[in-house]
Design a protein around this ligand. Structure first.
Ligand SMILES: Nc1ncnc2c1ncn2[C@@H]1O[C@H](COP(=O)(O)OP(=O)(O)O)[C@@H](O)[C@H]1O
Ligand SMILES: [Mg+2]
Length: 130
C-alpha cells in the first residue's frame, strides 16, 4: 500500500461542479471512509483516484508519484462497486481469479491466492458456485 494525497481536486462537467477543491491526505494503511449525502462527490472522488475519471483541476498522488496521467491499470488501485460487478457465467473462484489472470500472475500462484482471499471473507464453501 501507499499514501494517497489529493491536492485541490476538482471535477466539473460544464458548469456543474461534482467535486469541489478536495484536498486529502490518506496515510499508508489508513482505513478511511468517505461519508456524505448522495451526490456529494464520493464516487467521483474514488473514480478519479482509480483513473476512471479525469480531474478538471488538481493533483492525485499515490506514494511519491503523481498519477494524474497514469492509466487505471498502472495505478495499482482496486475498486469494489456498490452495484454488482461479477461475471455471471464464471464461478466464484473464477471471478476472484480473473484480475490475477489478466495481470499475468503465474498459474500456480493464482489458486492459493484465491483460496486465501476466499477464506478471509468466508467464501470458501462457495468457490465452485457459478
Ligand atoms: N458523468 C457525469 N456527468 C455529469 N454529472 C455527473 C457525472 N457523474 C456524476 N455526476 C454528478 O456529480 C455529483 C456527484 O456524484 P457522485 O460522485 O456519484 O456522488 P456520490 O457518490 O457522493 O453519491 C452528482 O450530482 C452526480 O449526479
Ligand atoms: Mg456513490
Amino acid at each position: 500500500m501507499a499514501e494517497i494525497r489529493l491536492k485541490n481536486l476538482t471535477k466539473r462537467w460544464g458548469d456543474f461542479v461534482g467535486v469541489d477543491d478536495q484536498s486529502l491526505d490518506i496515510a499508508d494503511r489508513e482505513f478511511l471512509v468517505l461519508l456524505g449525502p448522495s451526490g456529494c462527490g464520493k464516487t467521483t472522488t474514488m473514480r478519479m483516484i482509480a483513473g476512471l475519471e479525469d480531474p478538471t483541476e488538481g493533483e492525485i498522488w499515490i506514494g511519491d508519484r503523481q498519477v494524474n496521467d497514469d492509466l487505471p491499470k498502472d495505478r495499482d488501485v482496486a475498486m469494489v462497486f456498490q452495484n454488482y460487478g461479477l461475471y455471471p457465467h464464471m464461478t466464484i473462484f473464477e471471478n476472484i481469479a480473473y484480475p490475477l489472470r489478466v495481470r499475468g500472475v503465474e498459474r500456480s500462484l493464482i489458486k492459493p491466492r484465491v483460496e486465501k482471499a476466499a477464506e478471509q471473507v468466508e467464501l470458501t464453501q462457495f468457490l465452485s458456485v457459478a
